[in-house]
Design a protein around this ligand. Sequence first.
Ligand code: ZN
Length: 558
Amino acid sequence: MIRFPRFSFWCFLALLPGIALSQKLSDADAIERMRSEVGFLASDELEGREAGTPGERKAAEFIAAEFARLGLKPKGNSGSYLQEFTFVADPVNGPGDHLQIGRRTFKPGEEFYPLSFSANGVARGTIYKVLYGISAPELSYDDYGDADLKGRIAAMSVGSPDGIHPHSKYLAHHDLRGRAEEAIKRGAVGVLFFNDDPNAENPERRLSAKMSPVSVPVVFLDSDAYQEMLMDNNPCVITADIVREERTAYNVVGLLDNGKNTSTVVGAHFDHLGWGDDGSLHRGDPAIHYGADDNASGTSVMMQLARDLVAMDTAKASNHLFIAFSGEEKGLYGSNYWTKNATVPLDELNYMVNLDMVGRLDSVGSIGINGVGTSPSWSKVDSISAGNLVVKTTLSGIGSSDHTSFYLKDVPAIHFFTGTHADYHKPGDTWEKVNYEGMLRVTRFIEELIIDLDGSGRLPFNRTEESDSTSTPRFKVTLGVVPDYMYSGKGMRIDGVTEGKPAANAGLKEGDVVVRMGAIEVVDMMAYMKGLGQYEKGDKAPVVVLRDGKEMEVEVTF
Ligand SMILES: [Zn+2]
């Protein structure tokens, strides 16, 4: 892989022959500028810009420096361009993980590991084997009988009485968190899983922030030693030391103030996956995920638009707000936060243009524009000639990028996208594969669009009725909601409902927190997915939500 030379951007800046801000860069200069910006953002030095890491911070400072050079008004916190927010980072294993059974100590990470939903702390007790730890009265099946687990450590297999496969009678009981809860209910002070079923997979080793902890330590014994060590009454000590920390990330916000009372928003996320977090599609040793197309490209086009709009006299009919979002890859965190803590009043925003992955324009010049259903005025995109692009549109305001957060606040919002590719969310998304001339064509297209729209007043907002982001093929049904991925309390907080879908039909609305679906207690995102998994189309389900702190039950028809 070609390594981009360090500091090239700064060298390049020094070489720029004093071009005045009031003058638009030539096409060739603009392309060179974007090439060096993407080169810097997608360099080894920034290590993939994962939210909450030093690489992300450097990228934020870099963007802020360009906003300052352009004379944009700082619209972050306390007079700066940076808007700080915190989020719960993916947990990591601490140094204190420990497991001892009888006299034998096991190696953390190799012979055992704590599960995502484990509590921290020490559990001491004697082993009590409970087979699969499944209690299924509806099937007249119970591994517990009248077992008393008070003060004991429950040891159970990850298998099931009829195996682990989608047609198992016990499917509703396969979930390990539920089984641990069952043991805890019966007094267990710790839970130890092992795998004696060659067809069952070991539980996920990677710790996830999307699962909330139960009340006792829970580990998986990844060793054949379970055969001789897991004897009833063998003494056992489990210590789980999972580091769950809050991290700080930064949006970068700058306003080109033309003295008008409405603002156009141009946004792009600048964070990526670092060395490969949850969203990575890379298999193998950790590697820097450069994110040149995703989304150094959109960030650079956003900055190019800022450079141009500062210089263009034709673009003064409204103010222009530029926002580089962080935490997008973790679940639209930055745009979610900004729209709930807006630094320019939301009702002053006319519309939002989101750039996410615009660096791979193909030879035909096809550009995807998502969200055109959010305002009738978006029909304008069909008549734009600048950039010579072939436009393909989709209607829904809800998608997998930051325009969604604005749509949910009733701001017409569209997303520009040059399409996905084999390097998507892999280390191979590098700067030299980016089509810089294509990025300029996208820039020119958006400039013409902005000038056209800003001349014709406020855009009417439309709600769209398209499918939502939670209806992945894994589920036969959808609730029709956008979950708030930033929410870290108990339950699943609804950030928006889709008209005409089950949740909206049952009267659920933004801000409701789903805490139960049928028999499933919804403690976190994972439990919510599990809750959905139990229904078929046409099923009716009692769903309990918290609204303004009070429990309320509705019947949802899928
Ligand atoms: Zn991405």
